[in-house]
Design a protein around this ligand. Structure first.
Ligand SMILES: Cc1ncc(COP(=O)(O)O)c(C=O)c1O
Ligand SMILES: NCC(=O)CCC(=O)O
Length: 438
């Protein structure tokens, strides 16, 4: 059986295709964010109707095991009863105050308690707002303009960070977006992930102008790429030595790779941390926080402007609180490690059996199968993967009811709602698909 770029006869997706055809007339590319446009795998995106636990249901009634979890937030699975209940109760009280509310204190306290380096935090509405604001605070605090980011890392669609960007920017071939002016990016220096000598060189040349280094502590946006201990150590040492701040972008890894994020897992001590995704339990929230002496520069405690009509929204904070409390009271991390290792081992075994060159990278419940013989450590090596083969793999699995990320350059996510049987079913389907790829 052959899988084409738009799937095959195994599944009827007629309604999905009709709805997406209409969407293309209404929204650019038919989507509200390019990561979901299937540009990396071809064919039409699948239109969804509902989700429950580890499963997605499309508008044609097809069921899928979900490995994107809304690109990370759904670590408890979809519609966890505790989160649903919290959101319903919040909606009964108010949709938005535009004024202080008690939920903000509870969520802020949870974040401060759980994320080791955060002493003070501000809630925003997305990961993009979090990284944009953290960069501004770092610049305001240090009085410097320069920032360092790494090729293939993605920090949302902040103008100054849309340079050599990962995720959909890499998938769709626009790592440097039109509309971002040279003036906006002239202070952005591009590092190579895991390359300590190159980082030293950047600081030797520009050290006194650099306000901050921002990085993904486990990259998810060029596929899953794992940091070396030397790289993490040198990030901290070099920034400290040159008076620059270290911004750990934990939008994806926060509450995911451990309850305290990658900084807890690896013992990183950033000055500022950015959060998103899980912190809102599937509702739109982001947060940035860190050293109190730095955060006290944010208006109105200090002078660095940052604001938001819906920031601290009571329904979104309720979802975030319920999610973080559930993670704290019933930590799923051991279970996630077990079933994620099961998936890794099964995929590796079947790919090897089918003679498919591959490398699997994984940290906890973040995983990528690269169709490559080179272990990815940076964008240069990650981008050597056979993306055409990934596209066939994606559709082969989609047609068997397994929904993987629609790009080689996105990590997959496993949730606490996935069962060992879901994982085994995924491995069995992957085994079938690998045989069609050779
Ligand atoms: C590491 C990282 N930072 C920032 C963002 C931006 O977050 P958002 O899409 O919520 O703006 C994302 C994901 O999109 C991300 O993966
Ligand atoms: N890893 C990339 C994202 O999480 C972005 C999702 C989106 O923009 O829909």
């Amino acid at each position: 059986m052959s899988s084409t770029a738009s799937g095959n006869a195994r599944m009827n997706r007629e309604k999905s295709q009709q709805i997406f055809a209409k969407a293309k007339q209404l929204m650019p590319g038919g989507v509200n964010s390019p990561a979901r446009a299937f540009g990396g795998v071809g064919g039409d995106p699948i239109v969804f109707d509902r989700a429950e636990g580890a499963y997605l249901y499309d508008v044609d009634g097809n069921k899928y095991i979900d490995y994107i979890g809304s690109w990370g937030p759904m670590i408890l699975g979809h519609r966890h009863p505790r989160v649903v209940d919290a959101v319903k109760r919040a909606a009964d009280r108010a949709f938005s105050f535009g004024a202080p509310s008690v939920g903000e204190n509870i969520l802020a306290q949870l974040i401060i308690d759980l994320v080791p380096s955060i002493e003070m935090v501000r809630l925003v509405n997305s990961g993009t707002e979090a990284t944009m604001s953290a960069i501004r605070v770092a610049r305001g605090f240090t009085g410097r303009a320069g920032i360092v980011k790494f090729a293939g890392n993605y920090h949302g669609h902040v103008d100054s960070l849309l340079v050599a960007a990962g995720s959909a920017a890499a998938t769709l071939g626009v790592p440097n977006s039109p509309g971002v002016t040279p003036g906006t990016t002239q202070d952005t220096h591009i590092g190579r992930y895991n390359d300590v000598p190159h980082l030293e060189q950047l600081f030797a040349q520009h050290g006194s102008e650099i306000a901050a280094v921002i990085f993904e502590p486990v990259v998810g946006n060029m596929g899953c790429v794992i940091p070396s201990p030397e790289f993490l150590r040198s990030l901290r040492e070099i920034t400290r030595k040159h008076g620059a701040l270290l911004i750990c972008d934990e939008v994806m890894t926060g509450f995911r790779v451990s309850i305290g994020g990658a900084q807890q897992l690896y013992g990183i001590e950033p000055d500022l941390t950015t959060l998103g995704k899980i912190v809102g339990g599937g509702m739109p929230i982001g947060a940035y926080g860190g050293r109190a002496d730095v955060m006290k520069h944010v208006l109105p405690a200090g002078k660095v402007f940052q604001a938001g009509t819906l920031s601290g929204n009571p329904i979104a904070t309720a979802a975030g609180i319920a999610t973080l409390e559930q993670l704290r009271e019933t930590p799923p991390y051991e279970y996630l490690e077990k079933i994620s290792a099961q998936l890794e081992a099964g995929l590796a075994r079947e790919a090897t059996q089918a003679n498919i060159p591959h490398v699997i990278t994984r940290v906890g419940s973040m995983l990528t199968l690269f169709f490559s013989s080179v272990r990815p450590q940076d964008w240069e090596t990650a981008s050597q993967s056979n993306t055409a083969r990934y596209a066939s793999y994606f559709w082969g699995l989609a047609d068997r009811g397994i929904y993987m990320p629609c790009s080689q350059y996105e990590a997959l996510f496993i949730s606490a709602a996935h069962t060992p049987e879901d994982i085994e079913a995924t491995i069995r389907s992957a085994a079938e698909v690998f045989k069609t790829l050779a």
